[in-house]
Ligand binder design. Structure first.
Ligand SMILES: [Zn+2]
Length: 427
């Protein structure tokens, strides 16, 4: 049974109270709650205007008309069939994958058009919970590039076989870490009860989206087998204080957005880097609980893929890679900067991290590491004594005499330390 209906029969779209939410409403709502106004405004403003593949009068509504301030999900039947097939392929464990398509402005709204769904193939999903492993995440990116190079990853889906539809705290962590753009959506499907609902960022918080539209591009009848349920994001302790230990993971996920100043890091090119940096700031404040560990793992996995491109040019060897700080970015002078990355070089006895002023020729050692590290903290860089300016960081493998291995291509990242007074004030 479904709640499909012709949206034109309801004439809802033209009613002022229930029209498609405006881009400005989305941006404003986001801005109020999120704090990093500039980045979200810029992200939304950067979306192109486009005509949807069919006029809204042709779309089939499932659930409630999308409310003000939320993106409008328009899903092709092709994508629906892919999701249905994958979600029913195994009822014993949670499955999932990526939603692919385009996001654009149409009239005064933001449309999230889902054109395809790409299952995440992973050997390590247990019956407990679906998440993206590093392998499944990179494979998704590869599959997308191979088969859907014209589509973007605009969200994710996963199943809750016979558990009902809701966003668990784990789902919040995954969404907060990997799907941070204001139009990123998540679909939860219960393939046993045939229920489903979309979730997304509404006013800076993860919330269930009341409904979505089906694009009947294959046949006029609906393909949706699901009842669209009124549901919730599990554990509404979002507003709890960080000292509420029980909920620290949720607080972390929630606060990932508001507290962070984009400008402190200069022009951020990667959301993953932003979140990763944020995590590291809060990771030292908050106890490392399981949920936080999950966030860390998810972030590191996402960061590995996204940031490899950013610092990949100057760090050609993936076995020697500084992922954070990001090359070409500005960081506050005087701060303690966490250096994250991978140091796993075959003949290395130790690893050395050096820094120098960009014009200088004298490298100075920051730290020496005695062990291999894969996707982890390599060192802390104390910049309190350093003047503002352009710097280079270098990660190299060394032998037992601390001589750099001649065979290696060291990773060198250029960045700027920005004087505190030069930084724009943020709330
Ligand atoms: Zn879930």
């Amino acid at each position: 049974m479904t709640s499909a209906s012709r949206s034109d029969n309801q004439a809802d779209i033209s009613r002022p109270r229930r029209e498609l939410p405006t881009a400005e409403a989305v941006a404003t709502a986001e801005a109020v709650a999120v704090g990093h106004v500039a980045s979200h405004r810029a992200a939304l403003a950067g979306l192109p205007f486009r005509q949807p593949p069919a006029p809204p009068s042709d779309w089939l509504l499932h659930g409630e008309v999308p409310s003000e301030g939320q993106p409008v999900v328009l899903i092709h039947q092709t994508a629906l069939l892919q999701i249905i097939a994958h979600s029913r392929s195994n009822l014993a464990c949670e499955l999932g994958g990526a939603l692919l398509g385009h996001t654009y402005r149409y009239k005064s709204g933001i449309i999230v058009e889902v054109k395809a769904a790409l299952p995440a193939m992973s050997a390590d999903h247990g019956p407990v919970h679906f998440t993206f492993s590093a392998d499944s995440w990179s494979r998704l990116h590869r599959d997308r590039a191979t088969h859907y190079s014209n589509l973007d990853i605009i969200g994710w889906f996963h199943t809750h076989p016979d558990l009902g539809v809701f966003y668990s705290s784990d789902d919040v962590v995954v969404h907060s870490a990997a799907f941070t753009l204001p139009w990123h959506v998540g679909l939860v499907v219960d393939p046993v009860r045939d229920e489903a609902a979309f979730f997304g960022w509404v006013a800076g918080e993860l919330s269930p989206l009341g409904g979505f539209y089906e694009l009947p591009e294959r046949q006029p009848e609906t393909q949706v087998p699901w009842q669209i349920v009124r549901t919730s994001v599990w554990d509404h302790a979002y507003e709890a204080e960080p000292q509420a230990e029980q909920n620290s993971h949720v607080v972390l996920a929630r606060n990932t957005r508001p507290r962070f100043s984009v400008r402190e890091l200069g022009l951020i090119t990667s959301v993953a880097a932003l979140l990763l940096s944020f995590f590291l700031i809060f990771g030292v404040v908050l106890p490392l609980r399981n949920q936080v560990k999950l966030l860390e793992t998810t972030l590191l996995n996402v960061a590995q893929v996204s940031l490899a491109e950013t610092n990949g040019l100057t760090c050609p060897d993936p076995r020697l890679r500084i992922l954070v700080p990001l090359g070409g970015q500005g960081y506050p002078a005087g701060s303690m900067i966490q250096i994250i990355g991978t140091a796993e070089y075959p003949d290395a006895r130790r690893y050395q991290i050096d820094m120098r002023l960009a014009e200088g020729d004298q490298w100075m050692m920051i730290a020496r590491l005695g062990q291999d590290t894969r996707l982890g903290k390599l060192a802390k860089w104390d910049t309190t004594e350093l003047p503002a300016g352009s710097y280079e960081l270098r990660l190299s493998p060394v032998d037992s005499n601390n001589i750099r291995l001649a065979s290696s291509s060291p990773c060198i990242v250029s960045l700027a330390l920005i004087a505190q007074a030069d930084q724009p004030k943020t709330k």
